[in-house]
Design a protein. Sequence first.
Length: 152
Amino acid sequence: MEAWRKQLYMGEMIGGVRGFPGVADLFRRVRAAGMRVVLASSGKPDELEHYKRLLGIGDLVDAATTSEDAERSKPHPDIFLAALDGLPPDQAIVVGDSPYDAEAAGKAGLRSIGLLSGGFAAEDLRAAGCVALYRDPAELLARYDDSPLAGR
């Protein structure tokens, strides 16, 4: 079933995927502040590479973890623990668009910022542990100085 899903998605659906505006600019802002950008995806490595090319962020990502780096997927913390790679959790913050991201982050001792662009209700993201909510990456960038990213 998983192989069929991947074939269907990668063969017929992934070409229709569009990135959210502001992602590359947000990553540039984060890096300009002296922070590292680490992607922690439950997807496969080839999917993540596609998204990095789509968004033009390959040179803005310092490290990445995928489903191959974790035994269990979100909402388990494995993918974030792998992404931390020894960094203390209080020196990192997660930006995600699902309650599963926030739940996994909390279990790894990380704070999380929620993006409503994932289609989940604000109440669900808050209940999962998000410390702040933004409509999408562009709004997080526009409000960066007042966001948890600025205060880390």
